[in-house]
Design a protein around this ligand. Structure first.
Ligand code: CA
Length: 552
């Protein structure tokens, strides 16, 4: 085995050509996390020695915590910390043991762009303007008068970097580099929004990128004419990108960004928006798995990347680091064996009428996501909170922990849950609204209301299920109300004539009216969803599939 160092990443990679088959197999089993641990330790040691002699003093890090927000894509509530995949995710199991797990935690929407916009701004789509997904050719993005937690932390002296999927507009001023992040490496939108030379697992299967300008093949929504780009800052550094080394690239970039923050002696914010578990699925390139094994192999690959991130903080002695892992929405059910698990949140009322009850819906499977937070020495290990919480709470909570006030000229839907994270309180939201995300109603409208352990639907609709069926939109007046304590699968609504129903309805309507009035009188934004071919990322327009890299 030989080692070579990479000047770009200040890390190291193993020469594949000298790997024996046995060693390759062992590495596949161990995942890239082990590789990164070695790299991290080596680089960290070199750095420490340099720093010590340059400064002649002990390193004094800022007291403000570092933040690493890890956002998985399309992960199911049932994918983690259940018997089904427990052997697949040792690193995420470790996070659960070392930190606080949230069992009733909800993504702010059940599709990508609105969920991410709300995470970064602490505001629902009806306030921040992002109610549905942006396209490859979107000329707009998250409205410019919206403020991300990255902008606020950067202004407060944090080093800020983002690695992964943005999906909030990539053109001009909407690019992440202009939204508070000093460094960016990642895919500007979902990993199925462009071809690659070695496609991952998807349903239907996609063909590789076209090799000829004259090819116009389009298969199952897979566009073979525009390759998936990888950006570093504002430059395309690969098109098509190689899915199969993306985990390694991201892991190296995480280590490099943590070192950069350490070199600058700044606290840091690192937002890592994973391509996992969105189709096309991919995994450790040393593995050879069948389609049936693809989901668990990809989950294991994601877990190894999470492990690499955790190890990087430890190897560089960044103990004052809060790591928060969660997901952007539930599983993409129509992808069948390539979709995750909703666990017990089956949305039976919907599935009995046809249609899926996960991603794009407001059934629990659409937005109840795994969530865990660790911060050594601050968060009690192996604890659980059942409080009603939202991904938007991350905005308010990390700003609070950093001592940063958000702009006062607008209202927020996220709440500061420091009392839950640090002090064992279990008091979260009294109520939480879930926006329509494509399966029913107008995008962004808040027509599903959670009140304590009750949930009211003013509108229902099923997303496309595995096999193709979809449930039609239905309006409910009075609303359907489920008691999740007794019926987590949302199978049988309460009898509208019952006293229980009437009491809940009164409070649901009051909570909803208060919120909608608050939004109507708030400082709100409108997103530009205009699409233009000129906004499609393309590093070489004269080449087939915008290719500027040869097939591997
Ligand atoms: Ca997603």
């Amino acid at each position: 085995m030989t080692l070579r160092t990479s000047g770009v990443s200040n890390c190291c990679v193993l020469e594949e050509s000298v790997l024996t088959s046995d060693l390759a197999f062992q590495m596949a089993e161990a995942g890239v996390c082990v590789l990164l641990l070695f790299c991290s330790l080596f680089s960290g040691l070199v750095y420490y020695i340099n720093f010590f002699f340059e400064n002649g003093d002990k390193i004094k890090m800022k007291e403000r915590p570092n933040f690493i927000i890890i956002l998985a894509d399309d992960i199911g509530w049932g994918d983690l910390w259940t018997n089904e995949f427990d052997n697949t995710t040792p690193w995420l199991n470790m996070l659960k043991v070392e930190g606080k797990r949230f069992t009733d935690f909800h993504s702010p929407a059940s599709t990508c762009s609105p969920s991410r916009a709300a995470l970064l701004t602490g505001r629902h789509g009806l306030r921040n303007g992002v109610t549905h997904n942006f396209a490859k050719g979107s000329i707009g993005g998250l409205p410019l008068n919206e403020t991300t937690f990255a902008q606020l932390l950067h202004d407060a002296g944090y080093y800020t970097a983002m690695i992964g999927k943005w999906h909030l507009g990539h053109s001009g001023p909407y690019h992440p580099i202009h939204r508070g992040f000093e460094y960016y490496l990642g895919i500007p939108y979902s990993n199925d929004m462009g071809c690659t030379d070695k496609p991952g697992f998807d349903l239907p299967s996609c063909f590789p990128c076209a090799q000829s300008k004259h090819s116009s093949r389009k298969d199952g929504g897979c566009d073979t004419k525009i390759a998936l780009p990888l950006f570093e800052n504002q430059s395309i550094v690969e098109q098509p990108l190689d899915l199969w080394d993306l985990t390694e690239k991201y892991a190296k970039a995480v280590a490099t960004q943590i070192l950069t923050a350490r070199n600058r002696r700044q606290p840091f914010l690192l937002y890592v928006a994973l391509a996992h578990m969105h189709v096309p699925l991919f995994h450790n390139r040393f593995l050879n798995v069948t389609a049936k094994e693809a989901y668990s192999a990809s989950l294991r690959d994601m877990d190894s990347l999470v492990g690499s991130i955790k190890l990087a903080t430890e190897a560089f002695s960044m103990k004052n680091t809060l790591i928060w892992f969660t997901g952007d929405n539930g599983p993409w059910e129509q992808k069948c064996e390539f979709a995750g698990s909703v666990g017990p949140f089956l949305g039976k009322w919907q599935t009995s009428k046809g249609g899926g009850s996960a991603k794009r819906t407001t059934w629990e499977g659409g937005h109840r996501v795994p969530s865990v937070v660790i911060w050594p020495g601050h968060i009690s290990p192996n604890t659980t909170s059942n409080a009603l919480l939202s991904g938007m709470d991350i905005f308010s909570t990390i700003l609070s922990l950093a001592g940063v006030d958000p702009p006062s000229d607008r209202h927020y839907d996220g709440i500061d849950i420091t009392h839950i994270v640090l002090h064992g309180s279990d008091t979260g939201h009294k109520s939480l609204m879930h926006p329509n995300s494509g399966a029913a109603g107008q995008f962004g409208d808040l027509q599903t209301v959670r009140l304590g352990h009750y949930k009211a639907f003013y509108i229902t609709g099923g997303a496309e299920a595995c096999g193709g069926g979809s449930g039609k939109q239905e309006l409910h007046d009075p609303p359907l109300i489920f008691n999740l304590n007794k019926d987590e699968a949302e199978g049988s609504p309460l009898d509208p004539a019952s006293e229980e129903y009437q009491l809940v309805l009164k409070e649901v309507e009051r909570e909803r009216e208060v919120l909608l009035w608050d939004i109507a009188t708030d400082n709100v934004s409108t997103a530009d969803y205009t699409v233009s071919q000129s906004a499609v990322p393309c590093c070489q327009p004269q080449n087939p599939a915008c290719r500027c890299h040869s097939p591997h």
